[in-house]
Design a protein around this ligand. Structure first.
Ligand SMILES: *[C@@H]1O[C@H](CO)[C@@H](O)[C@H](O)[C@H]1NC(C)=O
Ligand SMILES: *[C@@H]1O[C@H](CO)[C@@H](O)[C@H](O)[C@H]1NC(C)=O
Ligand SMILES: *[C@@H]1O[C@H](CO)[C@@H](O)[C@H](O)[C@H]1NC(C)=O
Ligand SMILES: *[C@@H]1O[C@H](CO)[C@@H](O)[C@H](O)[C@H]1NC(C)=O
Ligand SMILES: *[C@@H]1O[C@H](CO)[C@@H](O)[C@H](O)[C@H]1NC(C)=O
Ligand SMILES: *[C@@H]1O[C@H](CO)[C@@H](O)[C@H](O)[C@H]1NC(C)=O
Ligand SMILES: *[C@@H]1O[C@H](CO)[C@@H](O)[C@H](O)[C@H]1NC(C)=O
Ligand SMILES: *[C@@H]1O[C@H](CO)[C@@H](O)[C@H](O)[C@H]1NC(C)=O
Ligand SMILES: *[C@@H]1O[C@H](CO)[C@@H](O)[C@H](O)[C@H]1NC(C)=O
Ligand SMILES: *[C@@H]1O[C@H](CO)[C@@H](O)[C@H](O)[C@H]1NC(C)=O
Ligand SMILES: CC(=O)N[C@H]1CO[C@H](CO)[C@@H](O)[C@@H]1O
Length: 549
């Protein structure tokens, strides 16, 4: 047997050997598994000629078609994806390499507009067929970088700004997304399809958007790295909004490295989103320079203990978090415990208040910002101009599933009677900026002279959301095989159960993405938690199935 293996090793330099589950060494193709492959390996294959962008695009389309009937992760496939891939292949053959991700397919969330044959609907029938004057700012940057916009990923409708009684990952136009780690898994949201799509390799990576948790939570629950950039690092122009003060666009990927490549492309100023003009540089950093294994050496990392609470089911999360703290210490970090949030009690009180300041900020911003988005449409088939129009359309259009899924969130917005030009809005925004900033994240960073704070991702995002601060989440662990299956009250999705992943968040000051990425990378490289749990469902199509066919 040993001789046999040696013999094989000596004579199969062009193929690969793997050990299968029975312990036998078998020969297989050298193509990487698209479930886990990283951008550098994909690019190396494009450069060597082992595969083309057309091959990659074909394989990803087949993978989407295999699993979409169960997972509903992708709403639309770009009908031009193969033609674009072919053009990128021609450019590469001719020596034109637009960026590090030239010719690599990605998915984008179905609230990021493209001026092509794809719809941009936030999951509502109200906007099917609507046209925009140009690509969204981030889509423009991806296209210019030669990234293939493969399709639109499903989402919680209106980025979860509609109903008090709906589900993560449900939209009228797109159906219910489910996660790949447990049958009927709650995919989290609102960037649900972006999370599921990246997690099982329906593209290299995806873009999500976040107002409060919509990148971080689905990245966490789908075993991914997610970067929620500082508000203003990435353009929101022609992204269907919730709140100009809190919205941001960021990558969801299988590794910190891939997320850093994507962020380096989409970051930067855009004259169509004036928040981006506040960036402290002319050209943003190359975030791949932050992939530093040694970054914890000499770093000061805080734990805001008072923001952690235990529930009946989250012991595995809290245990994994303590393990992470000890990994950071061994890697050379000084961990400052009890770097508490001074305004935590006020934060909780505001969150529990149905007309709290946090609700006012989003409600008033939405009235103004969604109207601004709609005013930019060059074709508006249902003549939808305002939130009132959206609400009326939703109430009368049967496929919008009203009243089963209510519109209570809009009622709150409409009953305010003002938008974000009102002094009452400004007052609320000053308060939430304080709650998320001086009263929590930036206050704790300063008081303890820290480089970053850590929390399990489920606890981390609402603070950073209020103050427009960046957060990076990286896989931390997953629920053990004997954990209790916990389902949602009305809609039966599995919120917690065996193998369902969760993440660790690094939080920092505005524009501190380089530092946060360096920590996320150093943690990821020491733990490789993503590889320790497998999805229950994966597509079978691989590159070998499409090459030369
Ligand atoms: C080929 O490369 C040249 C020089 O870089 C460029 O001018 C030309 O447009 C390229 N052609 C294609 C098809 O990309
Ligand atoms: C956009 O929506 C229209 C109307 O439903 C549909 O005909 C078209 O196929 C959609 N586009 C894509 C790329 O799916
Ligand atoms: C962006 O422009 C709007 C309208 O022109 C203005 O109200 C707002 O203050 C500007 N924001 C920034 C950050 O410059
Ligand atoms: C990596 O981080 C360590 C600790 O901060 C630092 O000393 C080192 O210079 C960094 N390496 C690079 C290549 O930036
Ligand atoms: C921080 O919060 C924890 C948990 O609530 C508490 O036990 C601890 O005393 C607090 N420490 C400080 C310094 O406030
Ligand atoms: C916001 O409110 C102001 C004052 O009532 C009004 O003039 C403006 O048209 C409103 N803007 C939007 C987009 O609703
Ligand atoms: C929305 O529907 C309500 C109730 O039917 C009606 O009073 C209102 O005029 C409608 N608003 C618009 C903008 O059509
Ligand atoms: C939520 O919707 C479900 C399904 O329509 C319904 O059974 C339930 O009563 C609703 N819950 C509330 C609190 O409205
Ligand atoms: C929201 O407003 C609509 C009218 O626009 C009303 O029919 C509905 O009962 C309200 N829903 C709630 C939850 O208040
Ligand atoms: C799962 O197994 C672990 C280790 O055997 C045990 O400590 C834990 O209580 C079990 N959990 C459940 C929900 O049965
Ligand atoms: C590309 C794709 O498969 N889209 C599907 C998304 O989900 C909706 C609703 O289930 C289907 O109608 C689409 O065909």
């Amino acid at each position: 047997m040993a001789m046999m293996i040696l013999f094989l090793l000596a004579f199969t330099t062009l193929s690969c050997l793997v050990t299968n589950s029975l312990g036998n060494t078998i020969e297989t193709s050298c193509y990487p598994d698209l479930l886990d492959v990283g951008s550098e390996e994909l690019v190396a294959g494009l450069e060597s000629g082992a595969w083309t962008s057309v091959d990659l695009t074909k394989a990803y389309i087949l993978r989407i078609q295999e699993v979409n009937p169960v997972l509903n992760a992708v709403t639309e496939i770009n009908p031009d994806a193969l033609a674009i891939a072919s053009a990128m292949d021609a450019e590469r053959a001719n020596g034109t390499i637009r960026s590090a991700l030239h010719g690599i397919p990605m998915l984008i969330k179905n609230n990021i507009a493209t001026s092509d044959r794809m719809n941009n609907t936030a999951g509502s029938y109200a906007l099917i067929g609507a046209k925009v004057p140009r690509d969204a700012g981030v889509a423009t940057k991806l296209r210019a970088a030669g990234v293939i916009l493969l399709g639109k990923s499903n989402l919680s409708q209106w980025a979860n700004f509609r109903s008090s009684n709906s589900t993560n990952g449900w939209s009228a136009y797109g159906g219910q997304v489910t996660g790949a780690y447990y049958p009927n898994q709650d995919p989290s949201g609102s960037s649900s399809g972006s999370g599921v799509g990246s997690s099982i390799g329906l593209a290299l990576a995806s873009l999500g958007t976040e107002t409060s948790g919509s990148i971080l939570a689905p990245a966490s629950q789908n075993n991914l790295v997610g970067i929620k950039p500082t508000v203003g690092l990435t353009s929101r122009a022609l992204v269907i909004p919730i709140s100009e003060h809190q919205d941001t666009v960021g990558p969801m990927a299988r590794s910190v490295s891939d997320a850093a490549y994507v962020l380096s492309i989409i970051a930067g100023k855009d004259e169509n989103d004036n928040y981006t003009l506040a960036q402290p540089w002319d050209t943003p950093p190359d975030y791949t320079n932050s992939l530093n294994f040694s970054s914890f050496r000499g770093a000061r990392i805080g734990v805001p203990r008072n923001a952690l609470s235990s529930s009946q089911y989250n012991q595995p999360v809290l245990d994994a978090f303590e393990d992470a703290i000890s990994i950071l210490k061994k890697a050379g970090a000084t961990v400052v415990d009890n770097a508490n949030f001074s305004a935590y009690e006020e934060f909780v009180a505001d969150s529990n208040d149905p007309v709290g300041k946090g609700t006012i900020v989003l409600s008033a911003d939405f009235v103004s910002d969604v109207a601004n988005y709609l005013s930019e449409l060059t074709f508006n088939p249902n003549n939808i101009k305002s939130l009132e129009d959206i609400s009326n359309f939703t109430h009368m259009f049967p496929l919008e599933d009203y009243p089963e899924r209510d519109t209570a969130v809009w009622n709150t917005s409409l009953s305010l009677g003002y938008n974000n030009t009102d002094p009452r809005f400004w007052d609320a925004y000053q308060y939430t900026s304080y709650l998320g900033g001086e009263g929590s994240v930036t206050g704790a960073l300063k008081a303890n002279n820290l480089d970053a704070l850590i929390l399990p991702t489920d606890y981390a995002y609402p603070f950073a959301a209020f103050a427009g601060l960046p957060v990076v989440t990286v896989p931390l662990g997953f629920y053990p095989s004997n954990s209790t299956v916990v389902k949602q009250q009305y809609w039966n999705l599995v919120e917690t159960g065996p193998n369902i992943p969760f993440g660790l968040s690094f939080m920092g000051n505005k524009w501190s993405e380089e530092t946060l990425i360096s920590f996320a990378y150093a943690y990821e490289q020491r733990t490789k938690t993503r590889s320790k749990v497998r999805p229950y469902i994966v597509p079978n199509t691989q590159l070998k199935d499409v090459i030369n066919t």
